[in-house]
Design a binder for this molecule. Structure first.
Ligand SMILES: Nc1ncnc2c1ncn2[C@@H]1O[C@H](COP(=O)(O)OP(=O)(O)OP(=O)(O)O)[C@@H](O)[C@H]1O
Ligand SMILES: CC(C)(CO)[C@@H](O)C(=O)NCCC(=O)O
Length: 390
């Protein structure tokens, strides 16, 4: 059986993201009272980082998941009514760290140890780039290429986190960063407007619609304005979008006359283009050549990544590169998890025969060991790693 312990979460406006460490069974054993203890003499725990996400409106599913998958296997004693007798403290970041603090305490006996959202985002990306092979990749013309990260030449870079809103952060080192810009036209805008305009019920449905749509039906192209020709003098091809949704002005059509697929496609293109452009302009402001895009808006979706890449490529005339991350949606939660290593030594430690929560006080990103994993991340995928007990 797997033993699970230490976890961190990022609570967003739309999604709650959970990262937890699951120790391999052979590191630990179960004591007579059912709690999990670390084997005597064991100073390194082998295991893996696991990922889960829940829609904020289904927070009860998240509570159940934690109760059954994490608490029950980690030696936290439960009252018959389901609340924990031992208070467990976990790292939490984002708005939900405030919003759900009482709920988690009441229902699970979990206390949130709050960490700053920007700090966690940066910590999450640095952790990934330094320790997970084949984490970052470029996406252009349908080609995905993994980027070799040179640890000695990682900084500075621009992190663009596309959640409900968009934050743009210049990263200069571990814990050295500045939020230089942002835009309220983000994933929330895409989903919000998409729901209103297409009557879709979910993000997945909206993405699927966009997959089958054609933005040229609604977007006004340069060619629509210039009689089908390029405006080459200013570098605009006839197929470039001159005005997103511009055709709707004069088509004489009502919303119902458009296919939801085409509306979704134009919307996705508009939001992705705009973010790509603002990101590039900010990279230009500070002379940054590398731009990493994260956040759950991307979801490994090819058209989204392609649009962002094309925008960055177009505006920078090929000078700057858009890069994506396989664990794009879990940056904050990973950063919160990695922040355990900042904690000081706990003097309560008497022996290693403590419950895992108490025994694991510290871990160092440098001690994480990972195996490369191919393909896009899905939540079933994990990162092999080990953590040091101190
Ligand atoms: N299953 C999903 N349900 C809802 N939105 C989703 C889903 N998958 C991807 N998204 C997109 O991801 C966005 C939220 O991204 P993310 O969870 O990274 O940000 P957040 O933490 O909620 O917001 P912020 O970073 O602005 O605080 C949504 O606005 C939507 O565009
Ligand atoms: C407010 C946050 C930081 C919350 O995650 C995010 O939604 C965001 O960066 N919004 C964009 C705000 C702005 O800079 O216009």
């Amino acid at each position: 059986m797997e033993k699970q312990n230490k976890s961190a979460m990022a609570d967003g406006r739309t999604l709650v993201k959970l990262v937890y460490f699951s120790a391999n069974g052979d590191n630990c054993e179960e004591s007579r009272d059912g709690s999990i203890v670390v084997r005597s003499g064991c100073s390194v725990l082998q295991g893996r980082l696991c990922f889960a996400k829940f829609e904020t409106r289904k927070i009860d599913d998240c509570l159940e998941f934690i109760r059954f998958n994490i608490l029950q296997h980690s030696g936290v004693h439960q009252h018959p009514n389901g609340t924990a007798r031992d208070k467990l403290s976990i790292k939490a970041t984002g708005g939900g760290a405030f919003k759900f603090a009482d709920l988690f305490n009441e229902k699970l006996g979990i206390l949130f140890d709050k960490e700053d959202e920007m700090h966690c985002l940066v910590g999450g990306v640095n952790f990934l780039l330094k320790t997970v092979p084949r984490e970052a990749f470029t996406y252009l013309d349908g080609q995905k290429e993994f980027v070799q990260i040179d640890h000695n030449d990682l900084y500075p870079y621009l992190l663009v986190n596309i959640g409900s809103g968009v934050s743009m952060i210049k990263v200069d080192g571990d814990g050295k960063y500045e939020r230089i810009s942002g835009t309220s036209l983000g994933g929330g805008t895409f989903l919000g407007l998409g729901k209103l305009l297409t009557k879709c019920k979910s993000f997945d449905e909206l993405l699927e619609l966009s997959h089958h749509g054609n933005n040229r039906v609604i977007d006004m192209l340069v060619g629509d304005i210039y009689g089908g020709t390029d405006y080459s003098k200013i570098g605009l091809s006839s197929t470039a979008i001159a005005s997103s949704f511009g055709k709707a002005i004069s088509d004489g059509k009502e919303l119902e006359d458009y296919q939801p697929e085409d509306v979704a496609r134009s919307l996705l293109r508009m939001i992705s283009n705009n973010i790509g452009q603002i990101a590039y302009l900010n990279a230009l402001r500070f002379g940054l050549k590398r731009i990493f895009f994260g956040g759950f808006f991307i979801r490994g979706h090819e058209y989204t990544m392609d649009t962002i890449s094309v925008a960055v490529h177009f505006w920078s005339r090929g000078e700057a590169k858009a890069m994506f991350l396989r664990h794009e949606g879990f940056l904050g939660a990973l950063g919160a998890f990695a922040s355990y290593k900042d904690q000081s030594h706990n003097n309560d430690l008497e022996s290693q025969h403590h419950t895992v929560q108490r025994a694991i006080l510290n871990c160092s990103g440098d001690n994480f060991r990972h195996i490369p994993v191919a393909g896009n991340l899905n939540e079933g995928e994990t990162i092999e790693c080990s953590i040091n007990l101190v």
